[in-house]
Design a protein around this ligand. Sequence first.
Ligand SMILES: Cc1cc2nc3c(=O)[nH]c(=O)nc-3n(C[C@H](O)[C@H](O)[C@H](O)COP(=O)(O)OP(=O)(O)OC[C@H]3O[C@@H](n4cnc5c(N)ncnc54)[C@H](O)[C@@H]3O)c2cc1C
Length: 326
Amino acid sequence: MLKDVFIGLSKNQFLTSAAKKYGLKLGAQTVVAGVDIGETIKSIRELNAKGISCTVDNLGEFVFEKEEALKAKNSILEVIESIHSNGVDAHVSLKPTQIGLDIDYDFCYENLREIVDAASKYDMHINLDMEDYGHLQPSYDLLDTLLKDYDNVGTVIQAYFYRAMDDIEKHKDLRLRIVKGAYKEPAEYAYQTAEEIDANFIKLIEYHLLNGKFTSIATHDHNIINHVIDFVEKNSISRDKFEFQMLYGFRKDMQLDLANKGYHFCVYVPFGDDWYGYFMRRLAERPQNLNLVVKQVFNKRTNKAIGLAAGAFLLGRMTKKSKKRR
Ligand SMILES: Cc1cc2nc3c(=O)[nH]c(=O)nc-3n(C[C@H](O)[C@H](O)[C@H](O)COP(=O)(O)OP(=O)(O)OC[C@H]3O[C@@H](n4cnc5c(N)ncnc54)[C@H](O)[C@@H]3O)c2cc1C
């Protein structure tokens, strides 16, 4: 139930705009690298110094106006330039809705093409993050069209979707990130239990490790990571064919340990003032992180406004949900 509450909170536009005004609060600074690219480059340098590469996400939610989408596109172009001019080991992840997929497909395609083209000049990879089921096919359409002219683009396979194996087979020649899937999807399209999702996750990872170009295994789940380590050893798969990925601020000891053991490791580094939805989705995945929010909300006066708004909404949703429970 808590997962649904946080997913609900992540979609709240009022709290999203309120959060932008207050900077990184509620503990978000532990999982969001900064509000601007300058701060973020510093965090990337620190990770690079530990042998860890980065994929940078300029956070953005609820983009329904062309002006906002163009602003997001320009920020991403600025990120590409900053990565290049600072000489850091990083590439870019972006969400198609951020650059206009909910506004107009062709407009979004033009924005994306400009980004991929700019990155191609520096031989920099662009990852299309995958969102909810409603955006899945249009995102593949964007990708497949781009692939006619560019090879510096890849995407994400979400293991909870029944169609994931078909998608991975079609795109096996790409650098792919494989994840469990972060959104709440209906049984019509997606596995619902952790056991089914984990089993498909492993099947997809093994398939791409054996047949694909380059595999990013993006998970904080030590059972999956240990399974992958055994699998690559048994099948003599070169360490240059895959990497592990985790989100910024999560399981930092394990990140370092894997990097020190000689595995390629890449941290997903989100930044920007639009941190709220991202942070709520992380809380949905791991409600233990709520401790962090509670500490921040009740210890610092500056957090009061947003903390109370979030708290009130949370309590409201919980009361409503518990009344509605079947
Ligand atoms: C780099 C990256 C990129 C992603 N990109 C996308 C995307 O484009 N689209 C998308 O839909 N989703 C994306 N996701 C999110 C992903 O789909 C999952 O929702 C998210 O990673 C949670 O699943 P998990 O595999 O990490 O493990 P979970 O299923 O959350 O956890 C499994 C087990 O691992 C352990 N564990 C997990 N987290 C921790 C922790 N912090 N500390 C200690 N133990 C822990 C616990 O024992 C837990 O029971 C991405 C995730 C990562 C890491």
